[in-house]
Ligand binder design. Structure first.
Ligand code: HEC
Length: 114
């Protein structure tokens, strides 16, 4: 039987296979995602051309239309235009492993302050 916590879909933190949130945070800093995104506790991440990423872990959709699931998020990070033609977020030549770490980090962002 599954543990009860597994039933609480909405509030459960999503798991990314092979992703390490701590490494992901360092990568998000290194790749300067913050040039376009406001990201909590990433120094200097105060960009305005993309949506703020605080609370991202609670969103139902990535970029307003892609179901927010770990594998889709990894695919999004690897190649946004392939997932949403015409999007303003560019592909940044990440490896899949890097994208997995970043996805794990993004799912820890679960509070959206006003
Ligand atoms: C050149 C600016 C730019 C850079 C650099 C950039 N993004 Fe984005 N990002 C965007 C834009 C614009 C969107 C909105 C896309 C859309 O809705 O079509 C977006 C959307 C997203 C989303 C979905 C957010 C939501 O609320 O749905 C995530 C997650 C994301 N970016 C993560 C990252 C990460 C991680 C990096 C670094 C590897 C990064 N972005 C680098 C511009 C950028």
């Amino acid at each position: 039987m599954l543990p009860l916590a597994a039933c609480s879909g909405e509030t459960r933190e999503k798991q990314v296979r092979g992703g390490d949130a701590k490494v992901g945070k360092a990568l998000v800093t290194q790749y300067q995602c913050g040039a376009c995104h406001k990201i909590p506790d990433v120094r200097g991440a105060d960009g305005k051309s993309g949506p703020q990423l605080d609370g991202f872990g609670k969103l139902s959709y990535i970029a307003n239309g892609i179901p927010n699931q770990p594998d889709r998020l990894v695919a999004w990070l690897l190649d946004p235009p392939a997932m949403k033609p015409g999007t303003a977020m560019p592909a940044m030549s990440l490896t899949e492993q890097e994208a997995r770490h970043m996805a794990a980090y993004l799912y820890t962002l679960r509070s959206r302050p006003k």
